[in-house]
Design a protein around this ligand. Structure first.
Ligand code: SAM
Length: 664
């Protein structure tokens, strides 16, 4: 068996189960043993050890591992037990239970799924499981009573027949509720005619279709749980949405003036290649710099690259010998016409302003380690040649890996120690100390930030090799610290606009990032520090086109964005936009209607497109569960959007010198 699969399975057990509180060693051992990759379709095997559901055919899914573990744990399944599972699907949960209990019966209403599950289990040699193709909503009276019954599909209520097939002391675990979200209930039979019930939290399952469940179209739940007169979520959103004019209409940016008194306004994006997200953020940025005293524009770009733009908009000369900025994939994120126009305008706004009043353009990201090393050395060469010689020696340790720093992580790991850490940390500390002592002139601030970046990047590439939350957390903590240092450096009145992906600026605690993977992000970290002084503004779209690659380092392609899924926030906004507010609107989530917030707080899927877009596996590559009103203070909607253009494809912008700052 491939080592890779085993280590990914182990990582799933550690990160998604043990770390989230599944303690029972028998359950963890079962998850270590059963090969989930054998229970999912061939083309989705790469996602087998993500903690999410996956399609298995017939419109059904294999459940999320954590939920299966939580259900088995709640059912208190033990050696010697006879267990019934309703909704056998791929047979994965039944296989897990079979590693713990003595006997398992799993009922699946779709015969092709039941047949495939039976074959699979036989092949794996799990001979204490019986798969039955039938409607299981009424249980399996012939084999009752059971020590435990698990139902892997949502019912409008708890079927009486299942309660009656439990042994006294046995547990029935079943999701109960309407279409959007259900409660996971545990029913314990405490006597011949007595049952206790407890609520295990919110879940989302496919419908239990059958005599004791829902009708074939799965609609009965809605009428059971929601009075017909209650408004739909889309109607509530439509009522609360504030229509936005075209982006180039001054009234567009003025709609965001409600955030003008914040210290930090974070502007998100649901993809790294959508024209409207860039144009909207540029319009808001112009207005806030011109009228509201914002002097920091901090973006999800590399520090040394953004520094070239900063020099340009601050009317500084190019730094001799500085490498051309934004050469690293994905170049379109910054080499695009919207950014060219914005920096041109920021330069004009800065004209005649004092240094303190000038707006600066800063990069929060850590990927250009080589650029930062170069900038530190260039600064020291000019200011202190002896210090430059020492720094050169220290950074020499990283030199072999500069073109491909990810290799450094592997080498540092295999040699068993962090080779370059001490040297780069020392360099960073010295420059930061000097910056503090000397009051941070612009050149020194830049050099100190670069030295900090090299130290963060060294650690990042080391932990990146392990994958998972640690490297993500390190990167976002670096971004948050960079922003804090900028706010300090620009003085107590300084106010910042931040541009970064929704996944960075939307509070991670309200998404699977925080809830499932233990990741934090800049939105969460700054919100924890500044509370109400920060506004987190998310952006979203239903369909259109997007600039994205198919693989890392791939060419930019213009790809069609698949219309949003039925069970997503995007679909709610799409339906809302048809009901009145139009194709673009602002949804104020912080103020606004309590009923809307409550209904919006039922978790839904949200789409995250980065620089890579894979429509073929969209659900598993790009959607993740979120609670929108906790994630953002406001949400900006563009129903249909178009791909961001790349600069190279166009003529240079009139007024911006052809060779500076982009060096085209
Ligand atoms: N436990 C499964 C696994 O590990 O792959 C996943 C279950 S999937 C979330 C729910 C399954 O319940 C679907 O395969 C669906 O066809 C099945 N189902 C729905 N109603 C049913 C019923 N009345 N009787 C039996 N199976 C049912």
């Amino acid at each position: 068996m491939e080592q890779d699969v085993l280590s990914r399975r182990e990582a799933m057990v550690e990160r998604h189960l043990a770390a989230r509180g599944i303690r029972d060693p028998g359950i963890l051992a079962a998850f270590r043993e059963v090969p989930r990759e054998d229970f999912v379709p061939e083309n989705l095997r790469e996602f087998a050890y993500d903690d999410g559901p996956l399609p298995i055919g017939e419109g059904q899914t294999i459940s999320q591992p954590y939920i299966v573990a939580a259900m088995i744990e709640a059912a208190e399944i033990a050696r010697g037990d006879v267990v019934l599972e309703v909704g056998g699907g791929s047979g994965y949960a039944a296989a897990l239970i079979s590693r713990i209990a003595d006997r398992v019966f799993a009922i699946e209403r779709h015969k092709p799924l039941a047949d495939a599950a039976e074959l699979r289990l036989a092949r794996l040699g799990y001979d204490n499981v019986t798969i039955i193709a039938a409607d299981g909503s009424g249980g399996l009276p012939d084999e009752a009573p059971f020590d435990a019954i698990l139902v892997a599909a949502r019912g409008p209520e708890v079927p009486e027949a299942l309660k009656r097939q439990l042994k006294v002391g046995g547990h029935l675990v079943i999701p109960v509720g309407g279409e959007d979200v259900q409660k996971l209930c545990r029913i314990t039979r405490t006597g011949e005619d007595r049952w206790d019930s407890s609520d295990l939290g919110a879940v989302r399952f496919v419908p239990l279709i059958g005599t004791h469940g829902l009708s074939e179209d799965g609609t009965r739940a809605a009428s059971v749980h929601r009075p017909a007169v209650e408004k739909t979520l889309a109607e509530l959103v439509a009522e609360a949405a504030e229509p936005l004019p075209e982006i180039d209409d001054p009234a567009f940016a003025a709609a965001f003036d409600r955030y003008a008194d914040k210290r930090v306004v974070m502007l998100g994006e649901a993809s790294h290649g959508t024209h409207e997200f860039y144009a909207a953020r540029a319009a808001i940025t112009r207005r806030f710099v011109e009228h509201h005293g914002f002097t920091i524009v901090a973006v999800e770009a590399d520090w040394p690259d953004a520094a070239a733009i900063d020099r340009y908009i601050g009317h500084g000369p190019p730094r001799p010998g500085a490498p051309k900025p934004f050469r690293r994939f994905p170049t379109w994120m910054w080499r695009n016409p919207v950014i060219v126009e914005l920096i041109h305008d920021l330069r004009a706004l800065n004209d005649g302003r004092t240094d303190e009043a000038k707006a600066g353009f800063y990069g929060l990201d850590i990927y250009n380690m080589a650029g930062s090393i170069e900038a530190v050395l260039a600064y020291l060469d000019k200011s202190d040649p002896e210090a430059a010689r020492v720094a050169r020696e220290r950074y020499a340790c990283l030199t072999p890996w500069q073109t491909d720093p990810s290799v450094y992580g592997r080498v540092a790991l295999s040699t068993g120690y962090a080779e370059c850490e001490a040297a780069v940390v020392k360099q960073c500390r010295e420059l930061l100390d000097q910056a503090l002592a000397d009051g941070e002139g612009a050149g020194l601030l830049d050099a100190a930030m670069n030295a900090r970046l090299v130290a963060s990047a060294e650690k990042y590439y080391r932990v990146m090799y392990y994958g998972g939350a640690e490297s993500w957390n390190l990167r976002d903590a670096h971004m948050a610290e960079t922003l804090e240092r900028l706010l300090e450096a620009r003085g107590p009145q300084a106010k910042a606009l931040v541009w970064a992906h929704n996944s960075h600026i939307g509070d991670a605690r309200a998404t699977d990032m925080g809830a499932v993977r233990g990741e934090h992000n800049i939105g969460q970290l700054i919100r924890e520090k500044l509370g109400d002084e920060v506004a987190l503004v998310g952006f979203g779209t239903h369909t259109g086109t997007v600039s994205a690659a198919s693989d890392w380092d791939g060419e930019r392609e213009v790809k069609r964005v698949v219309p949003s899924r039925r069970d997503s926030y995007e679909r709610v906004c799409h339906e809302a936009s048809d009901l009145g507010p139009g194709r673009s609107f602002l949804l104020d989530l912080a103020g606004g209607d309590a009923a809307l917030r409550r209904r919006l707080a039922e978790p839904r899927l949200e789409r995250f497109i980065g620089v890579i877009y894979r429509p073929e596996t969209e659900r598993w590559s790009h959607y993740s569960e979120a609670v929108l009103p906790e994630q953002f203070d406001a949400y900006v909607w563009f129903d249909e959007t178009r791909a961001l253009e790349a600069l190279d494809a166009r003529q240079p912008h009139a007024g911006v010198p052809e060779t500076y700052p982009f060096g085209l």
